[in-house]
Design a protein around this ligand. Structure first.
Ligand code: ZN
Length: 265
């Protein structure tokens, strides 16, 4: 009797409470898989996918790439395909002015960007087997959040890749806190992101903090929610001091607004 009571109490803590489904490019599809005896192996575009146990069975939490076509897509569960619909979503345009070297880098900078992109891609695609302790993130800084995720961007009038994160306002030196327990995957000074920290939260949930003034952690550090990662700055391709905060699932950037706890007004 006592044992049963304990199990019932523990269940809500075990469930990760998947975010609401937002099955569009740059969003998160939450797909019920049903009652498997063990956590099933799930893949999307051949990348491993986060699978969480909810009250009525296993649920896949799938990041949808910004360039994914809308319409029917297939999730691979074991060796079986599950079809789901990717809905259209409209993103805005954003026009920004930066130093010309950030729009058309010289050959030396291009070589540096090439070297760094391999390291950065490995961090974004990192998949550790342990599931995250939760799927709700605390704000890394308290400032105002932009809604420019997914915007098609023009730098000095030239089209570049869409904005793959959320910009949060904060003056230079504002401390940045870890939004969830995790492990530091990668730190460094990179051409576009400036001083940056990547955190692994488990099962393909990775987060990025960019343009920092200073970094307060080292690769391999284990951090708890709220631990200081560094300070807001204006390093890399920026128009001024702010935090660029990005979240990744199965190697694809997803809108952090879908994972963050709502901001207190
Ligand atoms: Zn940004």
């Amino acid at each position: 009797m006592t044992r049963l009571f304990l199990c019932a109490l523990l269940l809500p803590a075990l469930a990760l409470s998947a975010p609401p489904s937002a099955p569009y490019p740059g969003g998160i599809a939450v797909i019920a898989l049903g009652p498997y005896a063990e956590r099933p192996d799930v893949r999307f575009r051949s990348n491993p996918v986060l699978v969480t146990r909810e009250e009525d069975g296993w649920v896949a939490v799938v990041g949808i790439p910004l360039d994914e076509p809308t319409g029917t897509a297939t999730l691979l569960v074991g060796d079986q395909g599950i079809e789901f619909e990717i809905e259209p979503h409209k993103y805005r345009e954003q026009h920004l002015t930066v130093k010309p070297s950030y729009v058309n880098p010289d050959p030396a900078a291009l070589e540096r960007i090439g070297r760094e992109s391999a390291l950065i891609a490995a961090a974004k695609n990192h998949f550790s087997s342990e599931a995250p302790p939760a799927l709700r993130l605390q704000a890394p800084v308290p400032g105002k959040r932009s809604d420019s995720f997914g915007s098609r961007r023009f730098f000095n009038g030239e089209p570049r890749s869409p904005h793959r994160g959320m910009d949060i306002s904060g003056g230079r030196g504002t401390p940045i806190g870890a939004p969830l327990d995790g492990k530091v995957l990668l730190t460094g000074n990179f051409y576009f992101t400036g001083n940056a920290v990547f955190l692994d939260h488990g099962a393909g949930l990775v987060s990025l903090y960019a343009h920092l003034d200073s970094i307060a952690v080292a690769e391999g550090d284990v951090v708890r929610t709220g631990d200081k990662l560094g300070e807001v700055g204006a390093t890399g391709r920026v128009t001024g001091a702010h935090l660029h905060f990005a979240t990744y699932l199965n190697g694809t950037p997803v809108n952090p607004a879908l994972l963050l706890v709502p901001r207190r007004q």
